[in-house]
Design a protein around this ligand. Structure first.
Ligand SMILES: *[C@@H]1O[C@H](CO)[C@@H](O)[C@H](O)[C@H]1NC(C)=O
Ligand SMILES: *[C@@H]1O[C@H](CO)[C@@H](O)[C@H](O)[C@H]1NC(C)=O
Ligand SMILES: *[C@@H]1O[C@H](CO)[C@@H](O)[C@H](O)[C@H]1NC(C)=O
Ligand SMILES: *[C@@H]1O[C@H](CO)[C@@H](O)[C@H](O)[C@H]1NC(C)=O
Ligand SMILES: *[C@@H]1O[C@H](CO)[C@@H](O)[C@H](O)[C@H]1NC(C)=O
Ligand SMILES: *[C@@H]1O[C@H](CO)[C@@H](O)[C@H](O)[C@H]1NC(C)=O
Ligand SMILES: *[C@@H]1O[C@H](CO)[C@@H](O)[C@H](O)[C@H]1NC(C)=O
Ligand SMILES: [Ca+2]
Length: 498
């Protein structure tokens, strides 16, 4: 019976869900910002943690190139193919529409053939570096929800940096470095996103993954991996979004890491095809980009469920008596208590943190404690997974569960790992505590080979189970089928909503 169920689910799953690219099953909780409910006082609005839906953000950006005249075609130029220097019949002419390669072609609809792309002028000034900055500006804070993917039409650059700004382009921080040789280019050890952990998630790395080789016919993309980073909290298929949301809610650094107002792609050295630069034929070296994907949502501090694009400008449609482009403050006359962002917690509905009129003030204030009334959890923002109770004590301290620490009980003591609260480390790949070939999963459990069971895979299965070895029993981990079931029901839910 349960096998049948699992199989059915596995058959339905690809058909239903492959079309859903961006995990709407999990983000979906928050699509609805308020709904009408009946209470003692009649029909009223019920508020929830709300945020606009994630969408393709390239429709709303402004692109700037530096140097401004770096796009090819003025004057017209002829290019050689990188892989064949004798094929020099690619023309670029800014004055002829069919032969022009303006920056807009990085954001047009892809899928037609041949591809449309932006192209730089070639490396005629070699050995002076061919450097181009491509800056994407939204004039609005954006939260990234999916990988940034840059597709090159030329070979992928040998050196580039992806940078971000959180203050409308005043200051910039690197997001990721890319090079064929990280040590040589940036004096950084090469790393991949797979080497990151919950503790090093915010590390800025240099990767050689997207620069190596120049098999450019097949390998054209350069990524900044958002989902792999999310997965460090939400699990490999992002099925535990509650854990991620809990972290995002309580850890500002983490939230800010995925938040941007601008992105900058700094192209530092074009592909040279793993050979010496051929100085007699510099028309082989240039940059060309056919597509850039940036998926995200307006940051509205959980005070809006939609974001509008008007007069070339994105802005949140603020609720909860908040205002500002990001709903970052209370409306006039609604400053009865300090503004605060909405909260994802408690999962799944969150806390709206509505701004209240000035005259209703000090209902929930520090002074309440002196009356012996405990503050409500939302006012202390204690992490519901890490703290002992809904309430903080009279002076606003959260009481943490075993293993948790920090003002909001959102951090773990050494020896514990965050997983909806602090769980003690069961295993560790360094200490190799899992036995008999078991693999440590997220430091909280050992995944055992079929013949073994037990917390550390220490028990041979036939010994530990009465009735001998039934090959079917215990082989499909419950969590797996439960997970599929969850996804399917979420898909069905989605379909019924469509
Ligand atoms: C771009 O303009 C600058 C200054 O006007 C000039 O020095 C440079 O050669 C131009 N570059 C190209 C590729 O036309
Ligand atoms: C590109 O951006 C960097 C900083 O982000 C800046 O130092 C540089 O002058 C800009 N322009 C060019 C052509 O590199
Ligand atoms: C950015 O948005 C603000 C309003 O929020 C506006 O005043 C400003 O002109 C915009 N800047 C650009 C460059 O569009
Ligand atoms: C590139 O090299 C080939 C072969 O040497 C030559 O035919 C072609 O004209 C060169 N192209 C340019 C732009 O120098
Ligand atoms: C704004 O505040 C008033 C007074 O508390 C409240 O009745 C109203 O529902 C609030 N509006 C929103 C959109 O939250
Ligand atoms: C607390 O209430 C007392 C009066 O009961 C008042 O004098 C005091 O200023 C209040 N403190 C705060 C922090 O609001
Ligand atoms: C609240 O907890 C903190 C830390 O445990 C303690 O110092 C403080 O005295 C407590 N306050 C009350 C009113 O219990
Ligand atoms: Ca294109």
């Amino acid at each position: 019976m349960s096998m049948w169920l699992v199989l059915t689910v596995q058959v339905i799953w690809p058909g239903l869900c492959l079309a859903m690219q961006h995990y709407p099953t999990t983000w979906g909780h928050y699509d609805i910002c308020k709904s009408q409910v009946y209470t003692d006082e009649g029909l009223t609005w019920d508020y929830m943690a709300c945020q606009p839906e994630a969408t393709d953000m390239t429709k709303y950006l402004k692109v700037t190139l530096d140097p401004p005249n770096i796009t090819c075609g003025d004057p017209p130029e002829t290019y050689c193919a990188l892989e064949n220097p004798y094929m020099c019949n690619n023309e670029c002419d800014a004055a002829t529409e069919e032969l022009a390669h303006p920056p807009e072609l990085m954001f047009d609809f892809e899928g037609r053939n041949p591809t449309t792309f932006w192209q730089s002028s070639s490396w005629r000034k070699y050995p002076k570096p061919l450097v181009v900055n491509i800056t994407l500006s939204w004039n609005k804070t954006i939260e990234l929800t999916d990988d940034i993917v840059i597709t090159f039409e030329s070979g992928r650059p040998e050196q580039m940096v992806l940078e971000k700004s959180l203050d409308y382009g005043r200051t910039w921080q690197p997001y990721q470095f890319y090079a064929t040789d990280c040590l040589d280019a940036f004096t950084m050890e090469p790393k991949t996103v797979q080497e990151l952990s919950q503790f090093t998630l915010l590390d800025i790395i240099c990767t050689e993954e997207y620069s190596r080789g120049y098999v450019w016919k097949y390998d054209k993309t350069v990524r900044f991996e958002i989902k792999d980073r999310f997965a460090l909290f939400a699990g490999p298929r992002l099925h535990n979004m509650a854990s991620l949301y809990g972290q995002l809610d309580t850890t500002k650094n983490l939230r800010d890491f995925f938040t941007i107002t601008d992105l900058r792609i700094r192209l530092l050295r074009p592909a040279t095809g793993a050979t010496m630069v051929d100085e007699s034929n510099l028309s082989r070296y240039f940059y060309a980009i056919s597509d850039i994907k940036v998926h995200g949502r307006c940051k509205c501090n959980l005070h809006a469920n939609s974001c509008v694009f008007e007069k070339e400008k994105l802005s949140c449609e603020c609720e909860h008596n908040t205002t500002g482009p990001d709903c970052g403050r209370c409306k006039r006359n609604y400053q009865g208590r300090a503004w605060s962002a909405g909260s994802y917690l408690p999962i799944p509905k969150g806390t709206a943190n509505i701004c209240v009129p000035n005259n209703i003030s000090p209902v929930i204030r520090q002074n309440v404690s002196s009356l012996g009334v405990a503050n409500r959890n939302q006012d202390c923002n204690c992490n519901p997974f890490g703290s002992e109770s809904d309430h903080c004590n009279g002076t606003g301290f959260c009481k943490c569960k075993a293993g948790a620490t920090g003002v909001k009980c959102h951090e773990c003591l050494p020896g514990y790992l965050w997983d909806n609260g602090c769980k003690s480390r069961v295993c560790d790949n360094e200490l190799l505590r899992c036995q008999n070939g078991g693999v440590c999963v997220n430091n909280v459990r050992c995944q055992c080979p079929p013949a073994f069971s037990g917390l550390l895979c220490e028990k041979p299965r036939c010994e530990s189970e009465a009735g001998g070895c039934d090959p079917d029993s215990g082989q499909t981990p419950l969590s797996h089928s439960a997970f599929l079931l969850l996804l399917t029901s979420a898909c069905v839910l989605l379909l019924t909503r469509l």
